[in-house]
Ligand binder design. Structure first.
Ligand SMILES: Nc1nc2c(ncn2[C@@H]2O[C@H](COP(=O)(O)OP(=O)(O)OP(=O)(O)O)[C@@H](O)[C@H]2O)c(=O)[nH]1
Ligand SMILES: [Mg+2]
Length: 322
């Protein structure tokens, strides 16, 4: 199940305690215990292999390793290992008060969020005093902690919508660096897929069907990721026996789902032109939308020229809105 919210506790490692150790030198006891190891830090790192936050169990604890106690012969305890937690791109991390701690929005972006504690002093650090100070030492300090709320905030400027199987993901893959799953059955895409076209982020959404608004199909929980959208690409397969009906079904759904999406500028993308043998039929389809003052372009994943035209149209539109 796609999850864009999670709560988790992060605990950096505790510093190791200082060691009390004694050695005999010339019949006299001497302090010999070293400093404790440093507790491990916690980092978050952006990963392109994660798409949502469902890998985090409810209130899961992520702990970095504690430092080890100081050693004999004035040796320092082993440092605790740092913990690197991978999160999907576009993860915001908030503290309990709701303040943003960090946003991870690039692959490989690694941010320190919590520092491990320091090691305590061993008794060798207290060698000045008399007999009693031989046993003096300090404890390691605790690591920093964070009760965090993580939220995936995908920011797509161009939103792909349409009935299942319209060819949305195929086009996303063809015009961007994305590698979205493509298949000949409905609801292949289960979670939003992102791709970059120059500076523009494209977001391919799971297919919409009639009554998605009422909970049919994959629902509407993705809508909150479309706040920064500037352009809607509405995909309709030319295989469809009634293109206008397909168009209106989706328009009605969008209207019910979200006013902002509904009012965005829209470019209709008529897909799979290669399966239509009769060129006239394609022209007719385009004109049918034109007569209704709707802007439609024709594409096929095997027609490079059509893909280039689509890219140009998207880039032009976005430039005009900026
Ligand atoms: N012939 C032809 N087939 C295409 C074209 N584009 C996509 N397809 C096929 O159409 C089917 C659906 O493609 P997808 O890209 O998965 O469609 P989608 O709109 O993302 O579907 P959902 O994720 O289920 O909403 C796949 O079998 C694709 O290979 C095209 O231009 N020509
Ligand atoms: Mg898809």
């Amino acid at each position: 199940m796609f999850r864009d919210l999670a709560t988790a506790k992060f605990i950096a490692g505790k510093g190791g305690d200082g060691r009390v150790a004694l050695k005999s030198l010339g019949g006299k006891k001497r302090a010999d215990g070293g400093i404790g190891g440093k507790g491990g830090d916690i980092y978050l790192e952006g990963s392109t292999n994660l798409y949502d936050l469902s890998f985090i169990k409810k209130d899961e604890e992520f702990k970095a390793e504690n430092g080890e106690i100081g050693g004999v012969n004035n040796s320092t305890g082993k440092n605790g290992k740092d913990l690197v937690v991978k999160v999907p791109i576009a993860t915001n991390v908030y503290n309990q008060e709701g303040n943003l701690i960090v946003r991870i929005d690039k692959p490989g972006q690694k941010e320190l969020i919590l520092k491990g504690g320091s090691g305590g002093k061993g008794n060798i650090a207290f060698k000045k005093g008399g007999e009693f100070s031989l046993y003096e030492h300090t404890k390691g300090t605790p690591g920093e902690e964070l009760n965090a709320k993580l939220e995936l905030e995908l920011l797509g400027e161009v939103i792909f919508i349409g009935l299942p199987n319209a060819g949305k993901s195929s086009i996303l893959n063809a015009i961007t660096n994305a590698n979205a799953k493509v298949a000949s059955y409905a609801f292949t895409t289960l979670i939003p897929q992102l791709g970059r076209l120059g500076d523009v982020t494209l977001m391919d959404l799971p297919g919409l069907i009639e009554k998605t608004f009422e909970g049919k199909g994959l629902g509407t929980k993705f809508v909150k990721h479309t706040k920064s959208a500037k352009l809607l690409l509405h995909f309709i397969s030319l295989e469809n026996p009634d293109l206008l009906e397909a168009y209106n079904t989706i328009r009605q759904e969008i209207k019910n789902i979200d006013e902002h999406l509904y009012n965005l500028p829209e470019l209709i993308v008529l897909t799979k032109s290669d399966v239509i043998e009769n060129q006239k039929q394609i022209e007719l389809a385009k004109n049918m939308f034109k007569e209704k003052n709707l802007d439609a372009i024709i594409v096929s994943v095997i027609d490079d020229q059509s893909l280039q035209e689509l890219k140009n149209r998207v880039e032009e539109s976005i430039k005009n809105f900026n």
